[in-house]
Design a protein around this ligand. Structure first.
Ligand SMILES: Cc1ncc(COP(=O)(O)O)c(C=O)c1O
Length: 373
């Protein structure tokens, strides 16, 4: 195991968490929309700048529940990216839809709006783009295409907690775009509830419907509207969220320092490509991806992965393999149909990024990359 892992969970001081969970030992109300859950819901609405949201047990179930909200035609097609974590396409398939993969843009790894329309058929019902590494998709172009063709847009915003985008001079939270946006609050994310997630909605009515759907479809004691799973967030997870939310801005600031250290040292390394920073986006520095060009750098991506390991530093091939190259998809799909995504998957390495990583350690990691073989 490397000395420095690629990620490390943000956690409050033990005492802070103990204080937060103490009332639960009195109330004995430890799940089913208890006090902590309700408080976190309100605080997140305000932090994320969204109209309404419903908390879930994890980010994956947020995606699955969001796909149940609009009564979209069953077996319909949903256009998405293969350059993502398997959860995105799994949610589509498990909800009874067919994923149709479109290529990404090299400059930010998000779904390329120019590749969406050619994938639209009479069966298309929605687009599910992903804000990869916290890079916001081209929301304006995507939502224009969706409006033109009468499609829903459900963002997988698992990586984009706290990111803001400037649109026409106004800063908007990442959860406020599309018809719905889904977050993951997994332990490795910028903001975590250990395991958790949320569906951000446009109205309280929609959020209320997600609340039913995440609770077996129970409307009230005598009425069950849908055959739906259990996907509720418990009170201990919500309490962790309340603690972590107090510190999340400081955590993002610490991540920014790591990001700046990496960028300064790696900016001119031949054969190592960094994704550009954008003036219209306030970043959360969720990940630090680099793309290795073997010919120019003199070492393959896998070679660099190994080299970092030998120095005690973890790294992750994230996202590799491409979803369409995985055992459970490759019979039906071909990674070569999305060449930009395939190239990114074959050359990417995310290097350690977490709030407690010291800029000194970040510099040591970056210098190993500069030196190469
Ligand atoms: C892009 C993306 N989508 C969905 C998920 C699923 O979230 P979770 O692990 O909270 O279920 C994750 C994270 O794991 C992710 O990175």
């Amino acid at each position: 195991m490397p000395d420095i892992l690629v990620t490390r969970s943000s956690m409050p001081e033990l005492n802070e968490y103990v204080k937060e969970i103490e009332p639960l030992f009195e109330s004995r109300w430890i799940t089913n929309a208890g006090a902590k859950h309700e408080e976190l819901t309100e605080k997140l609405k305000s932090y994320l700048g969204v109209e309404a949201l419903s908390l879930t047990v994890n980010g994956h179930m947020a995606l699955e529940l969001s796909l149940s909200l609009f009564n979209m035609k069953k077996h319909g097609e949903i256009i998405t990216t293969p350059y993502t974590f398997v959860s995105t396409s799994h949610a589509i398939v498990r909800s009874g839809f067919k994923p149709v993969f479109a290529d990404i843009r090299e400059e930010d790894c998000t779904l390329d709006p120019d590749r969406i329309e050619e994938r639209i058929t009479d069966d298309t019902v929605a687009i599910m783009p992903v804000h990869v590494y916290g890079n916001m998709c081209d929301v304006t172009a995507i939502e224009e295409i969706a409006a033109k063709h009468g499609l829903k847009v459900i963002y997988d915003a698992a990586h984009a907690f706290g990111v803001k985008l400037e649109i026409n001079g106004q800063w908007r939270g990442s959860g406020s775009f599309g018809d719905l946006s889904c977050f993951s609050f997994h332990a490795t994310k910028v903001f975590n509830t250990i395991e958790g997630g949320a569906v951000c909605c446009k109205t309280e009515k929609e959020a209320e419907r997600i609340r039913e759907l995440r609770d077996f479809g129970i409307v009230d004691e005598e009425n069950v509207s849908d055959i739906s799973p259990n996907a509720k967030m418990n009170e201990f997870a919500a309490a962790m969220g309340l603690c972590n939310l107090r510190h999340v801005n400081d955590e993002i600031e610490k991540r920014r320092k790591v990001n700046d250290t990496y960028r300064e040292i790696l900016k001119d390394v031949k054969g190592i490509r960094l994704l550009p920073e954008r003036a219209d986006q306030r970043n959360n520095y969720a990940y630090f991806p680099i793309f290795v060009n073997r010919e120019e750098y003199g070492l393959s991506r896998d070679g660099l992965f190994q080299l970092l390991r030998e120095h005690g530093f973890g790294a992750r091939k994230y996202f590799y393999p491409l979803v369409t190259e995985l055992f459970c998809y490759r019979d039906q799909y071909d990674g070569k149909e999305t060449p930009v995504a395939l190239k990114a998957a074959d050359s990417v390495l995310t290097i350690p990024m977490y709030a407690d990583l010291s800029p000194e350690d970040a510099a040591r990691i970056a210098h190993v990359i500069v030196k190469g073989k």
